[in-house]
Ligand binder design. Structure first.
Ligand SMILES: CC(C)(COP(=O)(O)OP(=O)(O)OC[C@H]1O[C@@H](n2cnc3c(N)ncnc32)[C@H](O)[C@@H]1OP(=O)(O)O)[C@@H](O)C(=O)NCCC(=O)NCCS
Length: 326
């Protein structure tokens, strides 16, 4: 079957930088605690005029330019996001119109921080089956909009960014070799936002009860996340007759340096072969793997023929892995 190959990657992060020192002035926290527990030193926060689609459009434009395509070439747009501009229409619709992708269908996928792997995998399917030849995959978030800046357990972690990748059919061994998508709703209340949906529509009371912010049981998320990370990485490698030794670069979801280090250690991947930028961006949800991929390419960390392992997990829980030959 034809592989879907990434032919252009783009990323965009808002200009405004929120450092740990800035957070020290807002809540009872300190740089040492944040760095030690999460590895995060600073993160980007969208300004009042920027919504998720604004970030997505900028990342997508860059990905299209790098793929040498024009918007009319795109046949489908797959967006991963937890923080759409509004409940509907989708970010995919807004991006389609703003970019001028006149031929493209579009969809948003809510797989929380696994939205990167979900959008990439769904996009890859359309290429593999031959249905479409040019698909735009996007991960975009303004997690700061659902962050309670009085809750020190979450507000030091979450942030805003967007990333995008153009997929086209490969005519050689390069491209997405395999992917796995998983979900397990038993963990839903470890990381969720209670307000604003059909269970608790917005009212004065839900706003006063701060129900329109992400809630997280950080400790429990940590334990399950490491296990799921390791499970799905090992499974996708084994199924393809590969081991950690074959992986040139591991690009994990950038939630937390401790989770990345614990997972890499258990999978037997030395940190020299793990891409990390959580220190500068924090947890940017569905955007993180795309943003990390874009930076890995810019830093010259990928060369033709390299085996790349991507893994992400997020609220729900939803998680997944993708394996590709660069
Ligand atoms: C959130 C996380 C960093 C907290 O680290 P932890 O070691 O589990 O810390 P705990 O939650 O047990 O809290 C330990 C103490 O630090 C305090 N604390 C929490 N946030 C703090 C902050 N920002 N600054 C200072 N102290 C803080 C707690 O109140 C607690 O104090 P107490 O012992 O007096 O009650 C960690 O659990 C984590 O990374 N979880 C995974 C989160 C994640 O990646 N989510 C996204 C998934 S996509």
């Amino acid at each position: 079957m034809t592989r879907a190959r990434i032919t252009g990657v783009g990323a965009y992060a808002p200009k405004r930088i929120l450092t740990n020192a800035d957070l020290e002035k807002m809540i009872d926290t300190n740089d040492e605690w944040i760095v030690q527990r999460s590895g995060i030193r600073e993160r980007r926060i969208a300004d009042e005029t920027e919504a998720t689609s604004d970030l997505a459009v900028k990342a997508a434009q860059q990905a299209l330019e790098r793929a040498n395509l024009v918007p009319e070439d795109i046949e489908f747009i797959a967006v991963g996001t937890t923080t759409p501009d509004m409940i509907f229409p989708t970010v995919g619709n807004i991006v389609q119109h703003r970019l001028g992708c006149r031929r493209a269908g579009s969809v948003d996928m809510l797989a929380a921080c696994a939205g990167s792997i979900y959008s990439l995998s769904i996009g890859s399917q359309f290429i593999q089956t031959g249905k479409y030849r040019r698909v735009l995959c996007i991960g975009a978030e303004t997690l700061s909009r659902i962050t309670d800046f009085t809750d020190r357990g979450t507000c030091v972690l979450l942030a805003d960014a967007a990333g995008a990748a153009v997929l086209e059919p490969s005519d050689d061994e390069r491209g997405i070799i395999d992917f796995d998508l998983y979900s397990d709703g038993q963990y839903w209340d470890l990381l969720y936002m209670p307000g604003g949906g059909s269970r608790h529509p917005a009212t004065k009371e839900t706003v006063e009860a701060r129900m329109h912010y992400a809630k997280m049981k950080g400790n429990e998320v940590f334990k399950v996340a490491v296990r799921l990370f390791v499970d799905c990485a090992e499974r996708i490698l084994a199924r393809n007759g590969l081991t950690a030794d074959d992986v040139s670069l591991f690009i994990p979801h950038q939630a937390n340096l401790r989770i990345i280090e614990a997972a890499a250690k258990r999978v037997n991947l030395p940190m020299e072969r793990v891409f990390v930028n959580v220190d500068r961006y924090g947890n940017t949800g569905a955007a993180s793997v795309y943003v990390a991929l874009e930076e890995a390419i810019a830093a010259g960390r990928l060369k033709r023929g390299d085996l790349v392992l991507l893994v992400a997990f997020g609220g729900g829980f939803a998680w997944g892995a993708a394996l590709m030959r660069w």
